[in-house]
Design a protein around this ligand. Structure first.
Ligand code: PA5
Length: 458
């Protein structure tokens, strides 16, 4: 993977906007302290995701499970939310054929279908269960805490659905991915003899796609999990560089922090030019938002900081959001993700009697059109003084995706230091959870009126 960052710098834009080149050198000078802090915190047990490149034992266990038990099912149902779901959705979208669940057995090379339920919308849950045969379904319940309300509610509904069809054999259709020791799921697994994999305690939800959280469902549908981890190791090796200009993830992170804090570019758009990274952009959005949006910094001072991530996809969003990126406020940085070589291409055919206006299209390929549109959008943004940069993947494979995943996790870890916040907690979602518990009558939580304020209704 290559990071092209020239269009973050004012001498490559219109000379007015963007970061002055000396600022890059200043960031490079300061990077030593940032790298030292990351190393110190890693030594103290934070930044657990750095260990995910090296999980031979987990991989063997997952392989054994997928090749044994997993073979007996033709549908995998994943229950999870946030970091326990978004990563798997990104893996499926990027690495399996589009419309995976609609393909017949041969089209899926006899791997199961996979559905991720990451909401408690009753219509989605009921419809998903109607479409599946419980006797042929394996349900992977993923929750690091083992107690998240949405996931546990889904689990109870799905367990009853399994038991109605299978009786006590339902337990053999369940596998949990959860904390090694704590939480309700771990307790149920021990009590009911349900297979359970471990989420490494030092790895937080949104950093966990390359742990058994994502690797088990990925292996079940035939994704090359060793390839994913090899890619992650490529990114991890790159992050050992102490020279900012040689350390891609740190450089991307530093440029985004500087664009936000020095130039007010606090909206960070990720815009892959392929449908297959749509879900990846959604995964990035959670990672960047939940990790960096914080009320307090590491010293406890009130800062209310954090960039706003936006997910887009090209060229589709050229007909939606790009007008705003091009002419709206100078408050954005766009990162393009381009795939240099598509696995499949389609030639635009010559058609008799084509109006002259369309004559430029035949003979080109769709990938060629897509690449031209990416390059044109990047150049057009630059000429309007809009900061943008590009990540080029030589191809979309398990290895390059693993590298891209780890790249963004590393970048987020570095950004925690630049912004001075803890990227691994999420205190801001606690109050909402407590109020929900109270509203649902959970013991120990005091109910407060939750309705909208009276009056002021139009
Ligand atoms: O990134 C995070 O930590 C969160 O988004 C969690 O993944 C999410 O809240 C689900 O938590 P859990 O896996 O404990 O059910």
């Amino acid at each position: 993977m290559k990071l092209h960052y020239g269009r973050m710098l004012s001498d490559r834009l219109d000379g007015v906007h963007g970061l002055p080149r000396p600022r890059l050198l200043e960031l490079a000078r300061r990077f030593g302290e940032v790298q030292a802090e990351v190393r110190r915190r890693r030594g103290a047990g934070e930044y657990g995701f750095y260990g995910l490149g090296d999980q031979a034992a987990s991989v063997t266990q997952i392989r054994r499970f997928a090749e044994g038990v997993g073979q007996a099912f033709d549908h995998v149902l994943v229950l999870g939310i946030g970091g326990s779901a978004l990563g798997m959705k990104a893996l499926l979208n990027a690495l399996k054929r589009p419309g995976w669940n609609e393909l017949d057995d041969e089209g899926r090379e006899f791997f199961p279908r996979l559905t991720v339920l990451d909401n408690v919308d009753p219509t989605s849950v009921a419809e998903a269960l109607r479409r599946m045969d419980p006797r042929r379904a394996l349900v992977n319940v993923i929750s690091k805490s083992g107690g998240t309300a949405e996931t546990m509610a889904q689990y109870l509904v799905v367990r009853e659905w399994l038991e109605r069809a299978l009786g006590p054999a339902a337990a053999r259709h369940l596998v949990f991915t959860t904390d090694p020791a704590r939480g309700a799921l771990r307790e149920i697994a021990a009590r009911d003899g349900i297979a359970a994999l471990e989420v490494p305690p030092a790895v937080g939800g949104r950093f966990s796609v390359l742990s058994p959280v994502g690797l088990l469902p990925a292996a079940l549908v035939g994704i090359d999990i060793e390839g994913l981890l090899a890619g992650a190791r490529d990114a991890l090796a790159g992050a050992e560089a102490d020279d900012l200009l040689q350390n891609q993830s740190a450089l991307w992170s530093a440029l985004h922090w500087a664009a936000d804090t020095a130039l007010g570019a606090r909206i960070h758009v990720l815009m892959p030019y392929t449908d297959r990274l749509r879900e990846f952009a959604e995964w990035y959005r959670q990672l960047w938002a939940e990790s960096l949006g914080k009320a307090k910094d590491r010293r406890g001072q009130e800062v209310h900081t954090g960039p706003t991530p936006v997910a887009a996809v090209g060229p589709t969003d050229q007909h939606s959001q790009v007008q705003l990126f091009m002419e709206g406020p100078f408050d954005k940085v766009v990162t393009f993700m381009a795939v240099d070589r598509f696995a499949e291409d389609v030639t635009i055919p010559q058609v008799a009697g084509l109006p002259a206006d369309l004559a430029y299209l035949p003979g080109h390929s769709l990938a060629g059109l897509l690449q031209a549109e990416y390059q044109a959008t990047s150049a057009a943004l630059a000429s309007m003084g809009r900061m943008n940069c590009s990540l080029h993947l030589p191809e979309l494979s398990a290895r390059t995706l693993g590298e891209a995943i780890m790249f963004f996790q590393l970048a987020t870890g570095y950004a925690g230091v630049w912004y001075g916040v803890d990227p691994f907690d999420q205190p801001g979602v606690e109050l909402g959870k407590r109020l929900t518990f109270a509203a649902m009558g959970r013991a120990g939580y005091t109910a407060e009126p939750l309705g909208l304020p009276p009056g002021d209704v139009a």
